[in-house]
Design a protein around this ligand. Structure first.
Ligand code: SAH
Length: 260
């Protein structure tokens, strides 16, 4: 990379870099992510990785898609992990590129464990998770002193595709003023009802942020009681985040990205 006052680590053959590509806007890539894009031999990428990010790769790099496409079933997780091992053992520089941060609801831990067990050397490059960066692009701060000293990131569905039972909804609702849900569109009605049943006010502000930090970003603001219906009415599409809490009100003054 040009004119950096420090050296970035070499991307060595036979190594895998597990890299977060951020929520969409290529400007949100880290220097290490850009370095990896410029030096990788093979890029194994997910559906959430923005095409503008992939366009920054070295022209000679091979691109392998490892996500869902056109309704076809996605490759099984062990197959992806084993593919990374196989490519590394062939002596390639393997860039595993994921949306957001690889260790936030991205199954990056599973892939890293497979690499570790296969004794494949790897590096993890964190990315800006959509629950932080996507909110910021919607003009919604993750925390503010007036509203919350805690925040929770919650997945809207578990491995079975259902609302996760492993979440203690009662305590979550009581303890954490700002809740950011990933993968929550499908079960938004049920999630909102659970939170209300656990004591959250139906008139508490809530927002849906769809395709955050991309040219098709859309933000809907409503209340916990109305947000599921609003998302349906406006045909909001995934990927989308749902944020519940008083921080949502700040968007009125902080919506710096005009037109979303
Ligand atoms: N590792 C990713 C999350 C993967 S789970 C990260 O750190 O962001 C996939 C979920 O992430 C989506 O269902 C959606 O809830 C959220 N997501 C990812 N990119 C998004 C974007 N650009 N806008 C809104 N939500 C996004």
């Amino acid at each position: 990379m040009d004119r950096l006052p420090f050296a970035l680590p070499d991307f060595l053959p036979g190594h895998v870099w597990l890299v977060g590509a951020g929520p969409g806007d290529p400007g949100l890539l880290s220097l290490l992510a850009l370095h990896a894009l410029r030096h990788a031999d093979v890029i194994v990428y997910d559906a959430l990785v923005d095409p503008r990010v992939l366009a920054m790769a070295d022209a000679a790099a091979v691109h392998e898609f490892a996500g869902k496409r056109g309704g076809k079933p996605s490759p099984k997780q062990p197959d992806i992990s084993n593919r990374l091992v196989a490519l590394a053992k062939e002596g390639r520089r393997v860039l595993r590129l994921k949306g957001g941060d690889p260790f936030v609801f991205g199954r990056g831990a599973e892939e890293a464990l497979t690499l570790a067990r296969a004794a494949v050397p790897f590096r993890v490059v964190p990315g800006i998770t959509s629950g932080i960066g996507g909110l910021a692009y919607a003009g919604i701060p993750a925390t503010s002193r007036e509203t919350n000293s805690a925040i929770a990131f919650v997945t809207g569905h578990d491995a079975s595709g259902d609302v996760p039972d492993s979440v203690d909804w009662e305590n979550l609702a009581k303890a954490v003023p700002v809740l950011v849900f990933y993968m929550a569109l499908k079960h938004l009605d049920r999630i909102a009802l659970r939170l209300i049943a656990a004591g959250r006010r139906p008139d508490e502000p809530a927002a849906v942020v769809s395709r955050a930090s991309t040219p098709r970003q859309r933000v809907l603001v409503g209340t916990l009681g109305t947000i599921a219906e609003c998302a349906r009415r406006d045909a909001i599409e995934p990927p989308a985040l749902v944020v519940v809490g008083e921080v949502v009100r700040l968007r009125r003054d902080l919506n710096w990205l005009a037109g979303s």
